[in-house]
Design a protein around this ligand. Structure first.
Ligand code: FES
Length: 177
């Protein structure tokens, strides 16, 4: 897990014409291509770059990336939909990823997910109306010995309890403002 106390990734303003890559995006993609022996090898990093700029990866973004790189849209889409951390629909400023792996579920993660859902008044996969939070459970986050866990805002929350959830949401809500 990288730096656990980084700020939330801000959702950049989506360019008016999101069917074209911005100059910045093109520059980033060019850099990836120059360092990759095979064009297809840039796919996941290129998608992450687009998401960092636009907050998520729309169909228009896939087409823009395809046009610029000549990687078929279908190939880009299959990679984008395979990776849980590439968002194919808009998400809130803070995406909550409570673990729904077996070890966490054995330690009460299902109840934690329910509490998060109740606290935010959204279901799994949904975003709060104020766009602050999206709830997307992920399978094993690689911290089973600290179950139940959640990743949000690049931070790993360990040994989660129902009691701490309101305070945790409040703190993450401040980050998202
Ligand atoms: S099952 Fe949750 S971290 Fe492994």
């Amino acid at each position: 897990m990288e730096n656990l106390h980084q700020q939330a990734i801000p959702i950049a303003l989506v360019e008016a014409d999101s069917t074209r890559l911005s100059a910045e995006e093109q520059h980033g993609i060019d850099a990836l291509i120059s360092h990759s022996p095979q064009l297809a090898g840039i796919t996941i990093d290129a998608l992450k770059l687009i998401q960092a700029e636009r907050g998520w990866v729309s169909d228009a973004s896939l087409h823009a990336l395809s046009l610029y790189t000549n990687i078929p849209v279908a190939d880009l889409d299959s990679v984008a939909t395979f990776y849980n951390l590439i968002f194919r629909q808009p998400v809130g400023t803070v995406v909550l990823h409570p673990c729904d792996g077996i070890s966490c579920d054995l330690m009460g993660a299902e109840h934690i997910r329910q509490c998060l859902s109740q606290q935010l008044n959204i279901n799994t996969g949904e975003t709060t109306p104020d766009n602050h939070f999206t709830l997307i459970p992920l399978p094993c986050l690689g911290a089973c010995d600290k179950a139940p866990v959640m990743i949000a805002n690049k931070q790993l929350f360990e040994n989660m309890t129902e009691k701490e959830i309101p305070e945790l949401i409040k703190a993450l809500g401040e980050v998202s403002k």
